[in-house]
Design a protein around this ligand. Sequence first.
Ligand code: MHO
Length: 222
Amino acid sequence: MDINVQVIEQRMLENKQLDTLVFGMGCFWSPEANFGQLPGVLRTRVGYAGGTKLNPDYRQMGDHTETVEVTFEPDSISFEQLLRKFWNDHNPNRPAYKERQYISLLLYRNAEQKTIMEAVKRQLENERKEPIYTEIAPLHDFTEAEPHHQKYYLKRFKRATEQLMQQFPDEKAFHMSAIAARLNGFVREYGTLASIKSEIAEWNISADEAIAIQKLLDDLKW
Ligand code: MHO
């Protein structure tokens, strides 16, 4: 069966209620892979946020921080779960270096997100019996990072990336793919190909489409 992953993913996203979380926890390559393998996370992108400099880029980031934007479906993974993972998977109190590039940072989009961030932070401080120095601030702008920083680990595998890209009209569409996010986690050894394939079987797509995507994954040349 001839399939197009982008079309299938877009149909799967129709009528879904999605939310986003933007955070910084060091070099953005790894957290994009780590969060990209989570069922319930449908898209990831890396970028610069939290500062005031206009048009930041990797070489001239100014007062911005390397961040990841995670788009998720709250019905399958909650905001609180993502925050707990955020705090479990890095040391928020390590000494700052390179100014603000690698600080521990949570950026809220609205008052509700701010309330939950502060509540989970307090809970963890009580559990850990130590203060957490993550900065919690409003999100103003998120500037997408350069293409080579997106799905960084997956792109180390040039043949597999080329094969996958054939499923998308352009590189930007490929960056927005849930399958690309999962595989970017897989190559970093977050999650397995088997777990991705069994998750796809649960996606709200036809059985034929699920089988075709699973086959595409089996046929990737690493
Ligand atoms: N190349 C740096 C980090 C890059 S990250 C996008 C390193 O691994 O030391 O900041």
